[in-house]
Each structure stands twice: as structure tokens, then as C-alpha cells.
Design a protein around this ligand. Structure first.
Ligand code: FAD
Length: 324
């Protein structure tokens, strides 16, 4: 029995969601009294693979085929399944990234595993693999119970703590080459939408809505975000009106995020917006309307005109930084 984590890379580099999945896998393996292994697909160098040892992974299986540098759903699922079978993994853990979501159902079907998607806490191993996850766009909590003897878990991005548990790591090459002609879809090129901090991986997010009055006022949002190392986000209408790019739109129909800090500026807090941000750990709301629904879930709130409050906040952060 062992736990297998899919270590997803981005152009040969492991990012935060992979370390979250590894930390989750390690904690689960500890609870089950077993080891955590990882499978990496595509070309990743030995130093990068060895980083997984910092997060408790003792064996890394590297499917280093250059053709697999491009994401191919079916091929990745087959590669993961191959390793999972080889080590008789009882639990497979993936991050709930776009790729993770695409691969998970295929791996689950191949492995005949129960699926627990989008977890933010450790599955209860003492209690027949029970777990809880957010449902109804974050308005409810769903209790899950695994059946069968195999389980596949996806971990929500920014949803699980990253812990360092350094162990000695061994790296093993796995030979696998899919028949690319038989694959339905193959990613040919990836073009980054922005050079900024990735919204789904950001610890801090500064978000703004229709209260901004127009796109010409967004300079202060970007300045505030730069000052605190945050990604920028927006409400749906502001993206629909072309004030902001669509990839910044958060909510039920946009991206769902769980940052450590979410600052909502001039956003009313409609239920569809909250669906994408309510699992943020700290929510700060700036709105001139004291009745704005967002204040109901805010940890800190400022009732005031954003055109007064945000510049004051920026100045305050600048002077704190200047004092070191
Ligand atoms: P508004 O509701 O217009 O709110 C603007 C806020 O700014 C107000 O609270 C106002 O008091 C405040 N304000 C104005 N001026 C100032 C000032 N000078 N200083 C301080 N505060 C000020 N929305 C999303 O965001 N994401 C989604 O994914 C999403 N999905 C949807 C799906 C469906 C099916 C539907 C029907 C709607 C969806 N919506 C979504 C839209 C959602 O219902 C709201 O209409 C939207 O979130 C409102 O955006 P807003 O808060 O920017 O604008």
C-alpha cells in the first residue's frame, strides 16, 4: 500500500500546487503508516525532481519523454496509471489544476478508484475514508465517503498547507511512450495570458468591481497589488465590459480561488461573486455602502469611498515599507 502524488510541472519546474499535493500525500501516508511516492511526466531535471524530497516524497518515478512536455490528457493519465499499478498505489493525489482536473477522471476509471475532488482537509483514515468539501458554490459542505479499496483525491489549489518534511529521495526512470497518433488532443503551444502572478496560485489577491467607475482608474489597484505582491482580479461585469481581461474574472462563472488574503474593492458581494472567493482565508472589503452583502463575510471592512481609502492604504503601506 502506498500513496502516489502526481507532480505536475510547468516547463520543467514544479510550482506551488505540486508541493501542496505532495504535502497532502505525505500527511495521508503518515496517517496510513506508509510512504509517499510521486510520478513526474515530461522532461524535469534531477535537481528539480529531488526537490520533492523536501516535502516528504521518498521515491520519484520520472516518465521523462520529451514528447510528453506538451500536455496530452490521455497519455498523462496512462503514464500515471502505469506507475500507480507498478507500486500498487491505494491512493492517488493530484492538484486540482486545469490539467489535474482533466487527468483525474481518466486515471480514476483506469484504476477503478473512488474520486474525492477538491479537498481542502485531510481525508479521515480512521473513519472509513470520510472527507468534506465545499459544494453549492461554497454555500454548503458536502460529506463524502469512499467506497472500494482505491481512492483518487484532487486537492484544491491554495487549499492545503505546504509543509517541509525532508526525506532522502530516490529517482527512478520509467519508460513510457504513447502512440501519439491515437491521442485525440495534444497541446501544441502554451501562451501565457499575463506575466503577473498567477491568480489561482497567489497568496494575496487585490480585486475590484464596478465601483471603480471605469478602466482608467485601475492604476491604483495595480499599484496596491504590486506593493503587497498580489495578483489582480475583478468581478464579472468589469470583465464583460472590457475594463479588465477575462482571465481575471473570479466567481461562479469565473476562476475559483482560495488565497490567504482577498481584498475586494468596490465589489458588492453578489452570491455569484462570493462563490469564487468565499474560501479565502482573510477577506478585506472596501465599499461605500455599509449594507453591501460582502461585509457579511468580511474579516475586516472599511466603509468609505474607495477613491479616498485606496490611496491612503497605498501611502500607509509605502511608509511602513520605508521604515523597513
Ligand atoms: P455592483 O453590483 O454594481 O457593485 C459595485 C459596488 O461598488 C457596490 O456595492 C457599491 O456600493 C460599490 N461602490 C460604488 N462606488 C464606490 C466607491 N466610490 N467607493 C467604494 N465603493 C463603491 N459576478 C461575478 O463577479 N463573478 C461571477 O462569476 C458571476 N457569475 C454570474 C453568474 C450568473 C448566472 C449571474 C446571473 C450573475 C453572475 N455574476 C457574477 C454577476 C453578479 O450577480 C453581480 O452582478 C456582480 O458580481 C456585480 O459586480 P460588482 O460587485 O462589480 O458590481
Amino acid at each position: 500500500m502506498s500513496v502516489l502524488v502526481f507532480a505536475e510541472n510547468s516547463q520543467g519546474i514544479f510550482k506551488k500546487p505540486t508541493f501542496e499535493a505532495a504535502s497532502y500525500g505525505y500527511d495521508l501516508a503518515q496517517a496510513l503508516g506508509t510512504d509517499v511516492c510521486a510520478v513526474s511526466v515530461g522532461m524535469v531535471d534531477q535537481n528539480e525532481l529531488a526537490k520533492l524530497g523536501t516535502y516528504g516524497v521518498s521515491r520519484v518515478f520520472s516518465v521523462s519523454n520529451e514528447q510528453l512536455n506538451s500536455f496530452a490528457n490521455a497519455a498523462y493519465a496512462s503514464a500515471i496509471h502505469k506507475v500507480s499499478k507498478q507500486i500498487e498505489a491505494s491512493v492517488i493525489v493530484l492538484s486540482e489544476t486545469y490539467n489535474g482536473r482533466a487527468i483525474a477522471p481518466r486515471v480514476a476509471v483506469k484504476s477503478k478508484a473512488s474520486v474525492m475532488p477538491g479537498l481542502m482537509s485531510l481525508v479521515d483514515t480512521a473513519n472509513h475514508f470520510q472527507a468534506q468539501r465545499l459544494s453549492y458554490s461554497g454555500k454548503g459542505v458536502q460529506s463524502l465517503q469512499a467506497s472500494g479499496d482505491k481512492l483518487l483525491i484532487t486537492v484544491r489549489k491554495n487549499g492545503y498547507k505546504i509543509d517541509e518534511n525532508p526525506v532522502e529521495v530516490t529517482i527512478e526512470e520509467v519508460s513510457y511512450s504513447p502512440d501519439f497518433n491515437s491521442l485525440n488532443a495534444l497541446a501544441k503551444e502554451i501562451v501565457k495570458a499575463s506575466d503577473g502572478i498567477s491568480l489561482t496560485e497567489a497568496d494575496n489577491v487585490v480585486s475590484a468591481g464596478r465601483g471603480m467607475k471605469g478602466p482608467e482608474n485601475w492604476g491604483m489597484i495595480e499599484e496596491l497589488a504590486n506593493l503587497i505582491g498580489a495578483a489582480t482580479a475583478c468581478s464579472k461585469p468589469t470583465a464583460d465590459m472590457g475594463w479588465r481581461p477575462h482571465h481575471e474574472h473570479v466567481g461562479q462563472t469565473g476562476i475559483q480561488i482560495s488565497p490567504n488574503l482577498y481584498i475586494a474593492i468596490g465589489i458588492s458581494g453578489a452570491i455569484q461573486h462570493l462563490a469564487g472567493v468565499s474560501s479565502s482565508k482573510n477577506i478585506v472589503v472596501i465599499n461605500k455602502d455599509p449594507e453591501a452583502p460582502f461585509f457579511k463575510i468580511a474579516d475586516f471592512g472599511v466603509v468609505g469611498d474607495l477613491f479616498d481609502v485606496v490611496p491612503q492604504l497605498i501611502n500607509e503601506i509605502k511608509s511602513i515599507k520605508a521604515e523597513g
